[in-house]
Design a protein around this ligand. Structure first.
Ligand SMILES: Nc1ncnc2c1ncn2[C@@H]1O[C@H](COP(=O)(O)OP(=O)(O)OP(=O)(O)O)[C@@H](O)[C@H]1O
Ligand SMILES: [Mg+2]
Length: 251
C-alpha cells in the first residue's frame, strides 16, 4: 500500500448555488506525480485550494499527513502550509522587483535567514529551472515561459515537500512545454517531494504522471496509474483522453 501525503475524503463544496464538488474523494500518493484532468470549470483549481487550506469544504475532510486540516485555525495551519507550495494558474511576479528578489520573497517573509543565505537558496532555485542568469532582470524582461519557470522557482525556494501546479504549461509553445514538464519531474526527483499537477496537455501527462485522476461532475470518476488510464474502458475517460466531440461528455 502506498503512503498517502494528502487525501480528500467525501468532500462537498458549493459556491452559492453552484455545486462544484460532490462527495469527492482523492488520494495523493507520497513521492508521486498525480495529474488531475477534467473539463474547464470542473473544479480542478478548487481542489488545489482545498489541499493548500485556502478554502474549506462544506462537508467531508481534507487530510494532510494524516491530519484533518478542515478544522484547524489559520494559526495551526501555518506549519503545514509552509511545507506546501501552490504554483498558481496565473502566477504573477511583482513588476518592481528583480526576478531574484521575487523568488526570494517567501524566504524574506517567512524566515530569519540572512541576505547571503537567501541569495544562495534563490540561486539554487533559479538554477533548478534553468534561469540562474536572470537573477537581476526585471520580470518585464522575461518571456512568458521564463516567467512561468520563475514562478516555479519561487514556489520551490522554501523546499516544500508537496507542490501543487495549476496548469503549468497552458499557453506555452511545445518546446517550453516539454522543458517545464521535465522541470516538474526533475524538481520532484531533486526535492524527493510530491507533486499534484493540473494539466490539459495529454503529452505532458504521459511523460510526468505516475497517477491520473479525472474530475467529472463534482467527483473523481477515474483514478489509476497513467498506463491504466490510457487503457481505461470508461467511455468518459476515453472521450477525454482522445479529445473527441463524440461521447457521453456533454459539450
Ligand atoms: N471563489 C469563488 N466564488 C464563486 N465561484 C467560484 C469561486 N471559485 C471557483 N468558482 C466556480 O467554481 C467552479 C470551478 O472552478 P475552478 O476554478 O475550480 O475550475 P477549473 O476546473 O480549475 O477550471 P479551469 O480549467 O477553467 O481552470 C467554476 O464554476 C467557478 O466559476
Ligand atoms: Mg483552474
Amino acid at each position: 500500500m502506498s503512503k498517502l501525503i494528502a487525501q480528500l475524503d467525501d468532500v462537498s463544496l458549493a459556491f452559492g448555488e453552484r455545486v462544484v464538488l460532490k462527495n469527492c474523494s482523492l488520494d495523493i500518493v507520497e513521492g508521486a506525480i498525480t495529474c488531475i484532468v477534467g473539463l474547464s470549470g470542473a473544479g480542478k483549481s478548487t481542489i488545489l485550494r482545498l489541499l493548500d487550506g485556502l478554502i474549506r469544504p462544506q462537508s467531508g475532510h481534507v487530510f494532510l499527513r494524516g491530519k484533518d486540516i478542515c478544522h484547524m485555525s489559520e494559526e495551526q495551519l501555518i506549519p503545514t502550509r509552509q511545507k506546501i507550495s501552490l504554483a498558481f494558474q496565473f502566477a504573477a511576479l511583482l513588476d518592481s522587483l528583480s526576478v531574484g528578489d521575487n523568488v526570494g520573497l517567501p524566504l524574506q517573509e517567512h524566515t530569519d535567514l540572512s541576505t547571503a543565505e537567501i541569495r544562495k537558496l534563490v540561486m539554487d532555485a533559479l538554477d533548478s529551472v534553468g534561469l540562474e542568469h536572470t537573477y537581476d532582470n526585471l520580470p518585464s524582461e522575461l518571456s512568458g515561459g521564463m516567467l512561468k519557470r520563475a514562478g516555479f522557482a519561487r514556489a520551490i525556494v522554501t523546499r516544500p515537500d508537496l507542490i501543487l501546479y495549476d496548469e503549468p504549461t497552458t499557453g506555452l509553445d511545445p518546446i517550453v512545454t516539454h522543458l517545464i514538464t521535465n522541470t516538474i519531474v526533475k524538481l520532484r526527483n531533486k526535492l524527493s517531494g510530491t507533486a499534484v499537477v493540473i494539466s490539459h496537455d495529454l503529452q505532458s501527462i504521459f511523460i510526468m504522471a505516475d497517477y491520473v485522476a479525472m474530475l467529472f461532475e463534482g467527483a473523481i470518476i477515474a483514478y489509476d496509474t497513467v498506463e491504466a488510464i490510457r487503457r481505461s474502458s470508461n467511455p468518459i475517460v476515453q472521450q477525454f483522453m482522445q479529445g473527441s466531440e463524440v461521447g457521453p461528455i456533454p459539450i
